[in-house]
Design a protein around this ligand. Sequence first.
Ligand SMILES: Cc1cc2nc3c(=O)[nH]c(=O)nc-3n(C[C@H](O)[C@H](O)[C@H](O)COP(=O)(O)OP(=O)(O)OC[C@H]3O[C@@H](n4cnc5c(N)ncnc54)[C@H](O)[C@@H]3O)c2cc1C
Length: 342
Amino acid sequence: MLYKNFSLKDKNTFGFEVFAKKFFEYESESELIDFLRENQKQPERILHIGEGSNLLFLHNFDGIVLHSKINFLETKEIDNQEVIVRVGAGIAWDRFCEMMVEKGFGGTENLSLIYGEVGAAAVQNIGAYGVEIADIIESVETIEVKTAKNRYFTVKECEYGYRESVFKKSKKGEFIVTAINFRLQKNPTLKLEYGALKTLLADNSNPTIADVRRAVISIRESKLPNPKILGNAGSFFKNPYCCKEHFEALQRQFPKMPYYPVTIGEKNFSPIQKLSAAWLIEQCGLKGHKIGGAQVYHSQPLVLVNLGNATPQNIAELSAEVQRQVKAKFSIELETEVNFIE
Ligand SMILES: Cc1cc2nc3c(=O)[nH]c(=O)nc-3n(C[C@H](O)[C@H](O)[C@H](O)COP(=O)(O)OP(=O)(O)OC[C@H]3O[C@@H](n4cnc5c(N)ncnc54)[C@H](O)[C@@H]3O)c2cc1C
């Protein structure tokens, strides 16, 4: 379906009323290929979106916004330990997690209730409670925008890092994810090291993946604002890395400063610590700080919310103000996690 002058209000979780010159939704890979071939004749700017839960549209989009409704799920047996599950990019991420937990396949449970769709999850390398999607991806199926040809990426070729992938860096905007192959466990090993999760399951001597999913959902529901009630895009900033010397200097000045050990996927950075962006923002006294209708969320300062009357510029100004104050107090540059769309 091709729509013109299409409102994106319901397609971004900040709830901003911005318009796309054109909006195209497709249900199969072949529909997408036909569309891209047609677009080659008179190329227009393309932006592929999922649920818009990590986007900040700064104004109307002068081009074509694409959205996938590719919706299938296939299970391929490998052995009695593992299973490969192939999933269409248009399925809601949490629906996929729910289905995997119902089937008893382990791997997605810690990533329950993250907003968005399967395709975007592979672009973003979503992560929560000690797990990243990169840990369970086998390969990613894509179509190249320029050539409309298929291309498979092995997990290694996806170059995953902390909320990073090749699709956000060197090949940004060049490939559209159509499906993902996940490698999941039939006899799941649970990952329960993460603080709040460990506490919530402390009384359960033999938790299942369904218990983990329930615990994750309950923690997330108590901590994060629901975008249907208060527009937001989750964590607005990434937790920053900090080199050893700077980290030690900060620790002398702020002995209670929290930090995270770098995870396996980030081993290259081993002498570096990861700091809590939320803590840094809170220490600047920015909890509840407002610019126009945009606010640093009172109970989770990593989240910027639209109080109902914010403009995209209010959010962008608030983001810049948070970055400026954190830099001035800690000499740390906060990088945004949210994708700004010009
Ligand atoms: C309340 C809340 C809590 C959140 N918590 C977390 C969390 O715990 N962990 C976490 O990692 N994230 C979290 N997020 C962020 C968000 O859920 C993820 O980034 C999610 O993967 C975005 O999915 P989406 O479908 O909304 O993608 P969008 O926001 O629409 O797009 C994100 C990026 O992916 C690209 N893209 C989308 N679909 C495709 C495709 N098929 N092919 C190629 N590129 C594509 C877009 O161009 C864009 O660059 C949270 C968001 C909210 C609102």
